[in-house]
Design a binder for this molecule. Structure first.
Ligand code: TRP
Length: 336
């Protein structure tokens, strides 16, 4: 069976961008592949080193979002990155196989550095600049075949393939060159404000755990056609976030909405009420499951502990093989 490794940074509860962009797909993939899902707390610290509480608080939030969304702990192994020491070790060894100029050409990292001037003050840290190497270690320490991710992560998988190739050619064949699995549709969900990416830091997200009141309040302040001031003004559904989410959540009267809006026969309040109802219903089972989990934290801890232990076994055996290839297997001296 082919193996999947994927992951998320625990920097906040998961939102509908994660759900449509990756979670929904993972729920299907877990039936077909041996699946590992990494809660990347070490990577989260690369841009939250000054806020460790935030990362810690969100680890279990993310586990709960996974389970509530249909990730089945019998099929998918949920793993805490900081407990997998093989990843930290491989990161060091892989850092010899990547040049600084190669790292500086990563478009996703470039974009992130631009957004984080407040944190890095024009002087990015070694840890953040190099996190793609650590992400390659995430993937290769499991020797994964497939990595389901959003399109912004494609450069990371490309680098992982290069590192695997380089390792194999210098030290001998060990690692697969993993393939990215990028959904064509909904790979990036827009934010409530119309921004091209839904994200916690942009404060434009609908969370899986949001209450019905929170959903309502968010939808009623979402970005709509600014030229449509009155109910009877003709509107432009393209670019309207309410119309956009109606499409994503599969509203059945989408064509009707479009014609009526274009003709000025439909007001925004009506659309917003209908969308609120649709989203509240859609997310209800997830929200209810999540409330149950919040009341049974020992169960959540057990899932994370069991998953992490299983991953420790697998990754330490792959690390050992890597060390043998690199001629740093000194078991004959130390393991006597
Ligand atoms: N960088 C990914 C993100 O920001 C999270 C991540 C960490 C990841 N390690 C991974 C994704 C390994 C896939 C595989 O979304």
């Amino acid at each position: 069976m082919k193996r999947i490794l994927t992951g998320d940074r625990p920097t906040g509860p998961l939102h509908i961008g994660h759900y449509f962009g990756s979670l929904q797909n993972r729920v299907l993939l877990q039936n077909q592949y041996e699946t590992f899902i990494l809660i990347a707390d070490v990577q989260a610290l690369t841009d939250n080193f000054n806020n460790p509480e935030k990362v810690r608080d969100n680890v279990c939030e993310v586990v709960m979002d996974y389970i509530a969304s249909g990730i089945d702990s019998e099929k998918s192994t949920i793993v805490l990155q900081s407990k997998i020491s093989a990843i930290a070790e491989l990161t060091i060894f892989f850092s010899n196989l990547v040049s600084l100029s190669r790292l500086s050409r990563n478009p996703t990292v470039k974009e992130e550095i631009k957004q984080k001037t407040h944190l890095f003050n024009d002087s990015v840290t070694y840890g953040f600049f190099g996190y793609p190497v650590s992400q390659a270690a995430d993937i290769l320490s499991f020797n994964a075949d497939l990595v389901p991710v959003g399109e912004d992560q494609a450069p990371m998988i490309e680098l992982t393939r290069e590192i695997a190739r380089r390792f194999n050619s210098i030290y001998g064949t060990l690692f697969n060159e993993p393939d990215a699995l990028i959904p064509e549709k909904n790979s990036r969900i827009k934010g409530l404000d119309g921004n091209s990416k839904m994200s916690k830091s942009l404060n434009n997200a609908i969370y899986l755990k949001d209450s019905e009141d929170e959903i309502k309040q968010k939808i009623f302040s979402a970005y709509t056609d600014p030229t449509k001031l009155r109910k009877n003004d003709p509107g432009h559904p393209d670019g309207c976030m309410v119309f956009y989410y109606m499409d994503i959540f599969g509203f059945d009267k989408l064509n009707e909405v479009k014609t009526e809006c274009l003709k000025g026969e439909r007001g925004c309040v009506k659309c917003k009420s209908e969308l609120t109802q649709l989203i509240c219903e859609y997310l209800r089972p997830i929200r209810e499951k999540r409330r149950e989990l919040e009341n049974d934290l020992p169960y959540v801890y057990k899932i994370l502990k069991n998953g992490t232990e299983k991953a420790q076994d697998l990754t330490s055996s792959i690390l050992l093989q890597a060390k043998e290839k690199m001629k740093i297997d000194y078991g004959f001296i130390f393991d006597k």
